[in-house]
Write a protein that binds this ligand. Structure first.
Ligand code: BGC
Length: 269
């Protein structure tokens, strides 16, 4: 059985759903529980426990986290409770739920899902997935393989902290219209383009629902820019994919994203 529970920890809600990791489809409706005030680890743990009980699925569980996740430890907390820093979160959640729980950075999860089942399907080379929300998350996927924890939202552009200047929260805070926000975000994309020369930028996070507002304004110099396709579900799907990949019994090969298994790239003309 390739159906795995994916859980996405967000600023306002913690959402879970079972995902068929071979197709990237949810097999049941999402269940959402509001994020506890302050989002301290112990409180979030209880919500994750509730979601695991709600679905009652056997097997490992994938959980996103909006910060650096390395070897099961949460190592940064730009927009969440400071108690997460240095925590062995895999162990905390595994003990609490009795399931093998694996955490992954939220943008990395969205990147895995978009690359395999969303806007990056069939792409080769480097794809940069950026999530614009409270912060800016980034996922660098090369030939279907993720380079985790790139944290490109924390780049400095001259004297500007990219995330504080060009996130969706910055758009709201500074009361920018979409064209004004796109100008900032384009400056950011063009800087990333210089550093990574990706084949494609995929724009996810909260702004992906409003693509009609920014599509014509958001531009890199030489790289295609497309909206994410999986919207609210990308984190859940990517978390489940990662958890499935951690258990060889659940995937034909741990390289669930191996280029050989993906559709050939579409060429134009
Ligand atoms: C965090 C990233 C995260 C992003 C989006 C940033 O502040 O450092 O780890 O992916 O926000 O949630």
């Amino acid at each position: 059985m390739s159906v795995i529970l994916g859980i996405d920890i967000g600023g306002s809600g913690i959402k879970g759903a079972p995902v068929d990791t071979r197709t990237g489809k949810l097999t049941a409706e999402r269940h959402r529980i509001p994020t506890p005030e302050g989002a301290a680890p112990e409180d979030v743990k209880r919500v994750v426990q509730q979601l695991v009980e709600h679905f009652g699925l056997p097997g490992p569980v994938g959980v996103t986290f909006p910060g650096i996740v390395q070897r099961g430890h949460t190592l940064s907390a730009a927009n969440v409770h400071p108690d997460w820093v240095g925590l062995n979160a895999d162990a905390l959640f595994t003990d609490a739920t009795g399931h093998e729980v694996h955490l992954i950075n939220d943008a990395d999860a969205a990147g895995l899902a978009e690359a395999r089942f969303g806007a990056g399907q069939g792409e080769t080379g480097s794809v940069l997935v950026l999530t614009f929300g409270t912060g800016i998350g980034s996922a660098l996927v090369h030939d279907g393989v993720l380079v985790p924890n790139t944290e490109l939202g924390h780049l400095w552009l001259r004297d500007k902290h990219a995330e504080t200047w060009a996130s969706d929260r910055a758009r709201e805070r500074d009361d920018l219209n979409w064209k004004q926000w796109s100008k900032r975000a384009s400056t950011y994309l063009q800087h990333l383009e210089l550093l990574f020369s990706p084949e494609l930028f995929i724009i996810g996070g909260g702004v992906s629902k409003k693509a009609d507002k920014w599509r014509e304004h958001l531009k890199a110099e030489r790289t295609r820019v497309v909206p994410a396709q999986l919207l609210n579900e990308a984190g859940i799907i990517g978390a489940a994919m990662m958890a499935a990949g951690s258990d060889p019994a659940l995937t034909a090969a741990p390289a669930a994203l191996s280029p050989a298994r993906r559709a050939p790239r579409k060429t134009s003309g």
